[in-house]
Design a protein around this ligand. Structure first.
Ligand code: ATP
Ligand code: MG
Length: 258
């Protein structure tokens, strides 16, 4: 398995939101790689920089220094052609599907929009892509005529996942995708992500503070602490033999769910 994505000494700084004109080192010299076809999880307490890494990968924030390589190429040094393709190859799923889906649009239009913007496919081809993806995420075609408010949280997250998949991305970044859902619905969505990974050979960067979910889903885990990646390993190895004191604290403070 090759690396799909790699960061090298990634560093991201924000201007402080406090009155004092200081800067916040949100991501500090982070190097890690995500292999083709794996689920890589980033864990760590609130504010440690997980979402900032996702934003740097999707170019929503510009790193202060370091590199992000996608299929071996620096995403900030891409040719014009690659730069146009890159956003399609990386899609996000967010914590709150209600705020990430436009409430005024029918699901059919929500799912078609990325295809309208990014492709010149015929309407028939767009329809068939949407039809297949609805099936993959376990929704009926009847949803196409409905609006986001007509669904439960879990169904909305399925729609958000479907939207992330229509452009056939290579990498999905899921930032706390189940944190806003009830436990039983969480399990369904996690299982769906697991199935999609196998079925479509998807690569997923999975961001979560929920270690139970990570243990179930991820192939490898990186532990972040105050902007730094302090430990990384295969999921079972981290859970059985954590090296860093902070990792132990994080693992032992998580409630165990059967
Ligand atoms: N736009 C911004 N301007 C200034 N500081 C920011 C901005 N966005 C994030 N930060 C700060 O950067 C640090 C990392 O934030 P980030 O959102 O990446 O953390 P996180 O690990 O995703 O946290 P959570 O688990 O709560 O989502 C935090 O100290 C945060 O306050
Ligand atoms: Mg976050």
């Amino acid at each position: 398995m090759g690396n799909l994505l790699e960061t090298k000494n990634l560093t991201v700084e924000y201007k402080s939101l406090n009155k004092k004109d200081e800067s916040v080192l949100a991501v500090n010299n982070v190097s890690f790689s995500i292999r083709d076809g794996e689920i890589y999880a980033l864990a760590g307490e609130s504010g440690c920089g997980k979402s900032t890494i996702a934003k740097a990968i999707t170019k929503l924030v510009k790193p202060k220094s370091g590199e992000i390589l996608f299929c071996g190429e620096d995403i900030y040094l891409q040719t014009n052609e690659k730069r146009k393709i890159y956003p399609k190859e990386v899609q996000m799923i967010f914590q709150n599907p209600y705020s990430s889906l436009n409430p005024k649009m029918k699901i059919g239009d929500i799912l078609k929009e990325p295809l309208d913007i990014n492709t010149k496919y015929s309407n028939n081809r767009k329809k068939s892509i949407i039809k297949n993806i609805l099936e993959e995420v376990g929704l009926s075609e009847r949803v196409l005529e409905l609006y986001p408010h007509e669904f439960s949280g879990g169904q909305r997250q399925r729609i958000a996942i479907a939207r992330a998949l229509v452009l056939n991305p290579k990498l999905i970044i899921a930032d706390e995708p189940v944190s806003a859902l009830d436990a039983s619905i969480q399990a369904q969505i996690i299982n769906l992500l697991k199935e999609l990974k196998t079925m479509k050979n998807l690569t997923i960067l999975f961001i979560s503070h929920d270690l139970n979910v990570i243990r179930y889903l991820a192939d490898r885990v990186g532990i972040m602490y105050f902007g730094k990646l302090i430990e990384e390993n295969y999921t079972e190895t981290i859970f059985r033999h954590p090296k860093e004191e902070y990792t132990k604290t994080l693992l032992y403070s998580a409630p165990i769910l059967k």
